[in-house]
Design a protein. Structure first.
Length: 174
């Protein structure tokens, strides 16, 4: 059997003190780790909810939800691209080029009351409207234009209106 230690300066006493110090350090470390573990579990509970799901299954759930969201966003982007393409296709049929030319059709010094207006779409198709004003009457002529070419012969003013429209000018009096 072991004999009781009365002298702390002996080898057995020093070993006993060292073992006690290690035990106290281990006890303090265990208490600190238990406190940290409690905080980690509380933070996990905030993220995971009721705690019935572990962190790995929660991460797997988040990944599957992320993939579902990615598919939804890609589907929405595809639908949006289709809508934009349709809108652009429809816009190609709208008025893109236009010009107005004013002139005096009869040389009567009555001012530039006659006009020729070219209205064309993206394909350079549309119409030319000419309004010829005289003192006693006014006449309106319409000529269709396809791909920049008129179906009927154009007057110089109508030709000028198409040229100005395709050039991008809004039309200057000639």
């Amino acid at each position: 059997m072991l004999s009781p230690v009365h002298d702390l300066t002996s080898t057995a006493g020093i070993v006993a003190i060292a073992a006690g110090a290690v035990a106290v350090v281990a006890l303090v470390s265990t208490a600190a780790l238990a406190f940290r573990l409690r905080r980690v579990r509380a933070e996990q509970k905030v993220i995971l909810g009721d705690g019935r799901q572990d962190l790995v299954s929660h991460a797997a759930s988040l990944e599957s939800q992320f993939h579902a969201l990615t598919e939804y966003v890609q589907d929405a982007a595809t639908r949006l691209d289709q809508r934009v393409a349709e809108a652009e296709r429809r816009l190609d049929g709208t008025m893109v080029y236009r010009a107005l030319v004013r002139y005096d059709a009869y040389g009567e010094m009555s001012g530039r009351q006659s006009t020729s207006i070219a209205i064309l779409d993206e394909t350079r198709s549309g119409l030319v409207l000419s309004s010829i004003h005289h003192r006693d009457q006014a006449r309106l002529y319409a000529k269709q234009v396809r791909n920049g070419q008129a179906e009927l012969e154009l007057s110089p003013e109508e030709d000028e209106a198409i040229r100005l429209a395709l050039k991008g000018n809004s039309g200057q009096p000639t």
